[in-house]
Design a protein around this ligand. Structure first.
Ligand SMILES: C[S@@+](CC[C@H](N)C(=O)[O-])C[C@H]1O[C@@H](n2cnc3c(N)ncnc32)[C@H](O)[C@@H]1O
Length: 346
């Protein structure tokens, strides 16, 4: 196995512009190689026809993005020479790389298209300044994905978050459909406050637009024997994360682009919700494994993270607000609420 070094761009393969993997209904394509090079050769990217970009780049944490299991997958599918991405670039090279791939994705977007970037503390500030000041994108939201299994440490607080940065390209209308990703409000799930039954913000009773810190059931890091886990990928995002992003900021039939396919989470969720997809992956082993997931497995927890409560306190309004508990239980506001009402009464 050859391991590449330095921030050089991969040479354009003979198959430039031809996806390594593709499927229809909806159109789904994965291109092999360095996103900075291979994506520029894709028609929709050149023509600025992409509706939504989701990017979860290598963090430059010296991770091996091709673990043993993925290599086995590649061997089983016929093998071949391949390279791994150098995840230990000198800082300046990593920042150049970051600006370059963001530039490709920014050009690929239609005016009003959304660009989401999943990035840890190290580089979040640099990206925000670059995208706002140089590219002149608007920042729609600065969300946090919070997880409980951060790397243990004693020399500082344990890291338990990644930034989910949401930008919008100027010159067009952004797609924003919060009604598809609602969660149960604390008023409904903790306090059983009657005001939750007659909301004035246009959202259904008991529901609210999710807060900008994301956590909860189905939102944990994908590790161990998690049902969603693809072996050989230690940096897989939960389906719930992509479900929220894709449902809230794209419509059915839209074109989603992920320059760093990894285990294929974005493509899997996009396909499950009828979005078209194009993506690139540098590692052939990862691309082979991701394609198996996209084609043969699909989304495992579709809809399971929607309409739930993210409350961190136990219900305490029961008794005082029994009428509200009854309304919620009778199903006037949906399944998850009824579950909480049951719990509260138990
Ligand atoms: C953090 S992982 C993405 C994980 C993905 N979001 C998931 O849920 O599985 C980053 C991926 O980008 C790939 N990669 C790194 N540099 C790349 C480049 N220049 N072009 C395309 N893919 C690259 C790595 O091989 C790795 O699979």
């Amino acid at each position: 196995m050859a391991k590449s070094r330095g921030a050089r761009k991969a040479k354009l393969p003979a198959s430039a512009g031809v996806p390594a993997f593709s499927a229809s209904a909806p159109d789904t394509r994965v291109y092999l190689g360095d996103c900075r090079t291979v994506l520029s050769d894709v028609r929709e990217v050149r023509e600025g026809k992409v509706d939504l970009v989701f990017a979860d780049p290598p963090f430059n944490w010296n991770r091996d993005y091709e673990r043993a299991r993925a290599v086995e997958t590649l061997a089983a599918s016929g093998g071949g020479e391949f390279e791994t991405w150098p995840d230990d670039l000198p800082r300046e090279n990593y920042l150049d790389f970051t600006r370059e791939w963001i530039g490709v994705c920014a050009r690929a977007l239609r005016p009003g298209g959304s660009m989401w970037i999943n990035i840890p503390d190290d580089t979040a500030a640099e990206i925000v300044v670059f995208v706002k000041n140089e590219l002149k994108f608007a920042m729609a939201n600065w969300c946090i994905w919070h997880y409980r299994f951060g790397q243990n440490r004693t020399g500082g607080f344990i890291n338990s978050k990644v930034h989910a940065l949401h930008f919008v390209k100027p010159g067009g209308i952004a797609t924003w459909r919060p009604e598809r990703v609602l969660e149960m409000s604390d008023r409904a799930s903790i306090y059983f406050d009657p005001r939750t039954l007659s909301k004035k913000d246009g959202m259904p009773a008991g529901k609210r637009v999710p807060m900008d810190v994301w956590y909860g059931a189905n939102w944990g890091r994908i590790q161990g024997n998690n049902k969603e886990r693809r072996h050989g990928h230690d940096n897989q995002l939960p389906e719930a994360y992509l479900e929220r992003v894709i449902l809230a900021t794209s419509d059915e039939g839209d074109l989603v682009l992920d320059p760093f396919v990894g285990s294929g989470t974005t493509a899997t969720v996009a396909r499950a919700y009828g979005r078209r997809f194009i993506g690139s992956e540098f590692s052939k082993a990862n691309a082979v494994s991701a394609w198996e997931r996209i084609r043969d497995i699909g989304m495992i927890n579709k809809g399971k993270a929607l309409n739930r409560s993210s409350a961190i306190f136990k219900a305490r309004g029961v008794g005082k607000n029994n009428a509200v508990v009854r309304s919620l239980k009778e199903g006037s506001v949906g399944g998850a609420e009824s579950e909480a009402a049951e719990e509260a009464q138990a």
